[in-house]
Design a protein around this ligand. Structure first.
Ligand code: 9MR
Ligand code: 9MR
Length: 564
């Protein structure tokens, strides 16, 4: 007995000494029986890997592909294709003569729970509601931010107080931001619109689960109800609702500083118009009165946006919360025009005229670039958009083709290029996946779908860090995100189902010895010239480890689309 610990240590020594660096990076949630199964192997010795099935029975030996270097991570990996293995089960993977083994799952619908988990995240972000244990489990908490008496900041051009309750917290902070709400709501509604039958009876375990409306729509409604409160009498839409500065690492209920409605902008107004126009279509079969309200509100917002085409966000000097500032309002105008055209059945030619005067650039979408959302809508609805649908389809395919070739240039098979690692790079990967899935819908060319799957594999483990960036999902996943509810509760595990922002070497959150008063910042974590490795799983890191509604939404879209 006494000898055992010594033996154990010496075995460990062998592992880390000669084999510690070997790693296999792959989707930690596993693969479906018929799906492609690519594993990236780093620091391999030899040219093949061994795969064992149940009871250690050898399934086969699989060859490693050529070594591929990626400038974004400054490392090389070799790919192995296990797609030939189609029987469900848990497999063990190892290299010849290596004591280290890795476990891989093949099962039906491996991403179903991920879809539900990423959607449930929005429930955990609810403002103005207590999260009860029956729905929130260990992450139950008191209500915070009732927002029934929100102060109008002078920048809103209104005065007094307004009730503006419900809505989702944007991210790791407790603000509610209109620009970011627009793309998040739209992405979830378009996921539902694409696969209504998939979501009809899915139970997310939220307070509304027992009503007759699909849970995903109940969840989105929580935020739509808030958005509707943010419209001014003249139709314009306020930019955000936050405190003047970011609160400390406290629970929602403890954050009792005065909240303000701040700014009124063209981008917020068009984003509101676009997403509420879409909501009017999606909710009509369930609640015609609500659908009418959404369309009315969208019309008024749209008219304000056309009459006030260039009101940009200027952060007032007493405000320090997120800006979501955007210098270009044309893509928002385009997107809103397209959604208004669809929502009104193509019967009011003015919307389409305005859309095509707007000249939006087609590129991967994010909160500031929403042109692609409009192109999706046009391309998918040829009956309404006529000749424009083909042009829009060309735009989508052009971007998708670039992504598909980019993905072949690195051994992780991910479509993000080294120059595209910004704040929230994981969301860029997910939004690229959304483009690829639309390209697949428009052509049925399965190579687009496979590239989207590759991006999902990247987020769930086939990346230079070998980590799943989704909390609670995978064998080694993000544990310490910049997310105030997770930081301030007593549960060790973070709220599940959240996508971390991901690798980025901007270093906004890195401690600089010249600024000793910023002692709360992170120790240096960046890897020189390797943005894809510049990540730290520490709550200090809002530039790489925060979570956000506009990052989870495209992940939910990808997971929902790829689950069957
Ligand atoms: O928590 C804030 C996060 O949501 C923002 O993305 C980030 C950048 O604006 O700022 C975070 O808040 C920090 C604040 O700017 C300075 N004090 C420390 C806060 C928490 O790290
Ligand atoms: O997602 C936003 C990113 O594109 C910006 O570079 C960054 C700094 O302005 O802000 C991000 O958005 C944050 C927002 O301003 C406040 N809530 C947290 C968001 C995610 O970090």
């Amino acid at each position: 007995m006494k000898l055992l610990p010594i033996l154990y240590i010496s075995v460990l020594g062998v592992v880390s000494g000669s084999w510690g660096q070997v790693s296999m990076r792959y989707n930690q949630l596993g693969f479906s029986p018929q799906g492609a199964k690519w594993i990236a192997v780093a620091k391999a010795r030899g040219d093949s890997i061994y795969v064992y099935g149940a009871h250690g029975v050898k399934t086969g030996t699989y060859p490693l592909g050529p070594s591929q270097f990626w400038d974004a991570s400054q490392d090389s990996v070799r790919l192995v294709d296990l797609s030939g293995i189609t029987a469900e089960g848990t497999y063990s993977l190892s290299l010849p003569q290596s004591p280290k083994s890795f476990s891989l799952e093949i099962k039906k619908n491996p991403y179903r729970t991920l879809t539900d988990g990423t959607l449930k995240f929005f429930y955990y972000q609810r403002s103005g509601m207590a999260l009860l244990p029956e729905f929130a489990g260990a992450w139950s908490r008191e209500a915070g931010h009732p927002d029934t008496q929100v102060k109008m900041h002078p920048s809103s051009l209104d005065s007094g107080f307004k009730s503006s309750s419900k809505g989702w917290y944007d991210a790791g902070d407790y603000g509610k931001y209109m620009v970011n709400s627009g793309i998040s709501v739209y992405t979830l509604l378009s996921l539902y619109g694409k696969y209504p039958e998939r979501f009809r009876s899915r139970n997310l375990g939220i307070p509304e689960s027992n009503n007759d409306i699909p849970d995903i729509l109940d969840e989105v409604r929580w935020n739509l109800d808030w958005m509707l409160t943010m419209q001014a009498k003249d139709g314009g839409v306020y930019h955000k609702l936050t405190t003047l500065r970011f609160p400390g690492e406290i629970t929602p209920a403890a954050d009792t500083s005065t909240r303000y409605i701040i700014g009124k902008t063209t981008t917020a107004t068009f984003d509101f118009a676009a997403s509420l126009a879409r909501a009017s279509l999606v909710y009509r079969p369930f609640d015609a009165e609500f659908a009418d309200r959404c369309l009315q509100a969208a019309r008024r917002a749209y008219a304000w946006g056309m009459a006030n085409p260039d009101v940009k966000y200027n952060q007032p000097s007493d405000v320090q919360t997120g800006q979501y500032g955007d210098q270009n309002t044309m893509d928002e105008r385009f997107w809103a025009s397209v959604e208004m055209h669809l929502a009104t059945g193509g019967k009011e030619p003015e919307f389409m005229r305005n859309a095509y005067a707007a000249q939006a650039i087609a590129g991967v979408a994010d909160w500031s670039r929403v042109g692609m959302l409009g192109y999706f809508t046009v391309a998918l609805n040829p009956k309404i958009f006529g000749q424009f649908a083909n042009r829009a389809k060309d735009n989508v395919l052009r971007v998708a083709d670039e992504l598909r070739s980019e993905a072949k240039a690195n051994g992780y098979r991910v479509s993000i290029a080294s120059g595209e690692f910004g704040w929230g790079s994981n969301a860029e990967v997910a939004n690229q996946g959304v483009v690829l899935l639309h390209a697949f819908d428009l052509t049925q060319d399965s190579s687009y779908r496979q590239t989207a799957q590759n991006n999902l594999d990247y987020l769930l483990g086939r990346n230079p860090l070998g980590i799943s960036f989704v909390t609670g999902f995978g064998t080694k996943s993000t544990m310490d995100p910049h997310h105030r509810p997770s930081q301030s509760d007593s549960v060790k595990a973070p709220v599940p189902g959240m996508l971390a922002g991901g690798p980025f070497d901007g270093g906004d959150d890195v401690y600089n010895p010249d600024k000793p008063n910023e002692s709360w910042k992170c120790a240096e974590y960046r890897v020189k010239n390797a943005p894809a490795k510049s990540y730290t799983d520490n709550h200090c890191s809002y530039a790489t480890n925060e979570v956000a509604i506009n990052w989870n939404a495209p992940l939910a879209y990808m997971s929902g689309a790829l689950e069957e």
